[in-house]
Design a protein around this ligand. Structure first.
Ligand code: ARG
Length: 572
């Protein structure tokens, strides 16, 4: 389905062309003076320079060609040559109806249906998930849904960090605790093991070396360490799965760095055959520097001096796996901005070794940090990294006490409602900022039921539900014949422009555009709702028109929420 902007641009372009000007001047945009008109076209100014005529004359000629077109309520020349446009209500009504009857709600579907492979989540086994993993999960899930909503095929992989030094450190600490004897594994004391091990490795060089040796051993298939590794994985992955389930984040693949081990020989083979692999201080590296680099990009370490694989090795071998099994058109890595050097190295190396075809796009979609009120990365009180589950608990307990104090009917599942509001608050608070930016985590602000928050969006849907519950369902079935009020028109126009927002959000890979549009809809609904007394309206045609607009708003808002990975609540 074409967007309204496209339809208008076609009309204006045809008019420019019919008057002897290039069609490109017919580009229509949303008006930046909504108080004056809905859309505008400023093409007459650029055309004036080329055709040596005044913009007002050009604008006058073109608009006169369009006066009889019923799509326009008004098309007129303003000031020195601006074309101001308002569309007619009957067009708006038909367009909105068509959009809502479309299975994709009017969102343009990619013709090519590209296959997008997304790498997000990235938790490390044996380590607790922290707020950075939360950002990756929230943003990645939303990007995946956005790609699917615009007609792309997606494959998502959690890419567990399970093959590096953290696992070695964890095992070394377990050994210490058991005095070298048989290791009995229980999940209970898990969360403290890694932080202790990590601290020890900073203070005790022997401990660190032992952890490195253990890492090299399980990587090379040592049966004792590999069996320990497997037991740890079982417990850890089960726990990680629970967390993602709770967050409403899902993955097609639960692969990890370890799964790439089988592709390492192929990687080494490719690097060797291209003459890329060099020896450096006992390690095997690939030079990926380019003449214009500033600062210099260090070489990629493929094999360390003890023959262990590093972070880059697993990422490169994983690219081979993904290419072999899925042939993606695009690879997206939703990972902290602070890993951008790593991805620059990995992507350059992958290109040099032709691990994917030239045409395959590879993107690092980086994100900023979640900060505390001091503007620094969000920490626990004692200065440690904030665990994902602790952050959730914090927001949940604040939300639950509010929900419990509210006047819901007794049989509402308040815990379930509080859980959904919590996730809406956290996810929306995160996604409303452009992903590359840092933002300040503010519980009060994020959970407020007014303003640009997830709670406000849920509240809007719940309010519509309440209106619909109080009225007869047959009233929403009809297609409205006319528009009765300005706030109603403004709301309908906002809904009708949503497909534009979806397209742009995909193009920019920016879920914050979906957040903005959802907030626009909810605000427009709020104005419409307070101006019109829907439930008590006695004119049945009017009431029906308003109720179907309520339903349309709910459908559209839910689509936005779905792409943000936010579940609505029935009542609130
Ligand atoms: N496990 C890594 C971390 O916690 C993130 C993994 C990101 N994905 C990737 N393919 N490297 O920092």
């Amino acid at each position: 389905m074409k967007t309204i902007i496209e339809i208008l641009t076609e009309k204006l372009s045809a008019a420019f062309s019919a008057c002897g000007y290039s069609a490109e001047y017919g580009a229509v945009t949303l008006s930046d003076r909504p108080d004056l008109c809905q859309f505008q076209c400023n093409g007459a100014f650029s055309a004036a320079k080329i055709y040596k005529k005044s913009p007002a004359v050009i604008a006058g000629e073109t608009t006169s060609k369009l006066q009889s077109d019923s799509i326009f309520e008004k098309i007129s020349v303003m000031g020195p040559g601006f074309i101001n446009i308002d569309i007619g209500d009957s067009f708006l009504l038909t367009y909105t109806d068509e959009m809502l009857s479309d299975e994709h709600l009017g969102i343009k579907q990619s013709e090519k249906g590209e296959m997008i492979f997304l790498d997000y989540g990235g938790p490390n086994t044996a380590k607790s998930l922290h707020v950075g993993h939360l950002r990756s999960a929230i943003i990645g899930e939303s990007l995946k849904r956005l790609a699917a909503a615009t007609g792309r095929k997606t494959v998502s992989d959690v890419h567990l960090g399970d093959w590096g030094l953290p696992m070695g450190l964890f095992i070394a600490e377990l050994e210490d605790r058991n005095g070298g004897g048989e290791i009995a594994l229980s999940g209970s004391e898990w969360s403290e093991i890694y932080p202790i091990a990590s601290q020890k490795s900073k203070e005790d060089e022997n401990f660190k070396q032992r952890a490195q040796e253990i890492t090299a051993k399980f990587q090379s298939g040592d049966s004792y360490y590999l069996s320990l590794w497997k037991q740890i994985m079982k417990i850890s992955v089960a726990e990680i799965k629970e967390i993602y389930k709770m967050l409403g984040v899902s993955f097609d693949l639960w692969h990890g760095e370890s799964d790439s081990e089988q592709y390492v020989p192929e990687l080494i083979g490719k690097l060797k055959s291209k003459g890329l692999l060099k020896e450096s201080l006992g390690a095997k590296v690939v030079d990926v520097s380019e003449p214009d680099d500033n600062p210099a990009i260090p070489p990629v370490i493929i094999k360390m001096s003890n023959n262990a694989s590093g972070y880059a090795t697993t990422d490169l071998a994983t690219i081979i796996e993904r290419e072999t099994v899925f042939h993606p058109d695009e690879l997206w890595y939703v990972v902290d901005n602070r890993q951008s050097l790593h991805f620059t190295q990995v992507f350059r190396c992958a290109r040099k070794a032709s691990l994917v075809p030239e045409k395959t796009a590879i993107h690092h979609l980086g994100f900023g940090t979640m900060n505390g009120s001091d503007g620094k990365p969000y920490k626990t009180r004692d200065g440690g990294v904030m665990k994902l589950t602790d952050l959730y608990d914090k927001v949940y307990s604040a939300t639950l006490s509010r929900v419990e104090a509210s006047s819901f009917s007794e049989n509402a599942d308040k815990k379930e409602i509080a859980h959904k509001i919590t996730l809406a608050a956290i996810k929306f608070g995160d996604l409303m900022n452009h992903r590359s930016k840092n933002y300040i985590f503010d519980i009060e602000k994020f959970t407020a039921s007014e303003g640009k928050t997830g709670a406000f969006l849920l509240y809007t849907v719940a309010r519509i539900n309440s209106v619909l519950r109080k009225t007869a369902p047959e009233h929403t079935d009809t297609v409205p014949e006319r528009i009765y009020s300005d706030t109603e028109r403004a709301l309908m126009l906002t809904l009708a422009l949503s497909n534009e927002a979806f397209e742009l959000a995909y193009k920019e890979k920016a879920p914050n555009i979906i957040c903005d549009n959802a907030y626009k809809i909810a605000s427009a609904f709020s104005k419409f709702y307070s101006e019109n007394h829907i439930i008590s309206e006695s004119d049945i045609s009017k009431k029906s028109a308003w109720l179907s607009l309520c339903l349309a708003t709910k459908t559209m808002l839910q689509k936005h929420l779905d792409i943000l990975g936010i579940e609505p609540v029935e009542i609130m």
